[in-house]
Design a protein around this ligand. Structure first.
Ligand code: ITT
Length: 220
């Protein structure tokens, strides 16, 4: 594969920065994800940028049936427009008794005007008849790194738990208030970002991304 040199020449940087710094675009519009990912990648020798600085890139339309296809598509789409490394991830919740729903539709489960609250409300309503033993669920995260339209690496992480009957906790985002993690006897929304990152699907996938980036570009 063609080597992907990303010694940056980003705006307003000095000569030293241009020669030594490396850029990584976090390709997500979800502030909850971005907060967790920034902590998981803290301290690496990369300038981490966000899509907020690049409104001209437009928005990738997720149309695929799997997390991996969406994740790869998102990473490729933004990396064709960005002169550096791109990290995209597709993630979501799969409920066993609902045949894996909401799955890739997790963000828009309650329709076009979906919010976290509306998604949770719809999920709890659908699951109301289900007993405790029928409430098994898992979060999936597929993280992809790309450069100039080519995928470099794809990593996966998952977390098993169950959906409770009423939301609990104020932290996190998405379905965190209804996702109960038995080993800690808490929902993910009752954990701090650091505690959640230690065990979460995203934490598991991003620690592999981190190990790869630590060795980059030698790792290619
Ligand atoms: P980007 O595509 O811009 O990254 P998005 O929110 O649309 O943002 P996804 O398509 O990957 O991203 O959908 C992820 C959804 O899955 C997210 O909006 C939540 O509803 C749910 N989700 C994923 N990870 C979660 C987590 O750690 N905690 C709670 N809910 C999560």
């Amino acid at each position: 594969m063609k080597r992907c040199w990303i010694w940056a020449s980003w705006r307003n940087s000095g000569l030293t920065d241009r020669l030594t710094a490396r850029r990584l675009l976090l390709a997500t519009t979800n502030q909850g994800k971005a907060r967790e990912i920034k902590k998981l990648l803290a301290g690496l020798n990369f300038k981490i940028e966000s899509l907020v600085s690049y409104p001209e890139f437009g928005r990738f339309q997720e149309k695929e049936k799997t997390f991996e296809e969406n994740s790869r598509g998102k990473a490729r789409f933004y990396s064709r427009q960005y002169g550096g490394l791109v990290l995209a991830e597709d993630s979501g919740l799969e409920v066993e008794a609902l045949d894996g729903k909401p799955g890739v539709f997790s963000a828009r489960f309650s329709g076009r005007q979906a919010t976290d609250q509306k998604n949770i409300k719809k999920l709890l309503k659908l699951m109301r008849p289900l007993s405790e033993s029928q409430r098994k669920a898992r979060f999936i995260c597929v993280a992809s790194l790309a450069c100039r339209g080519q995928i470099l690496k794809v990593y996966r992480g998952q977390l098993s738990g169950r959906i409770i009957f009423e939301p609990r906790g104020q932290n996190g985002f998405g379905y965190d208030p209804v996702f109960f993690y038995a080993p800690l006897q808490k929902t993910l929304a009752e954990l701090t970002t650091e505690e959640k990152n230690k065990i979460s699907h995203r934490g598991r996938a991003l620690r592999k991304v981190r190990a790869y980036l630590k060795k980059f570009p030698e790792a290619q």
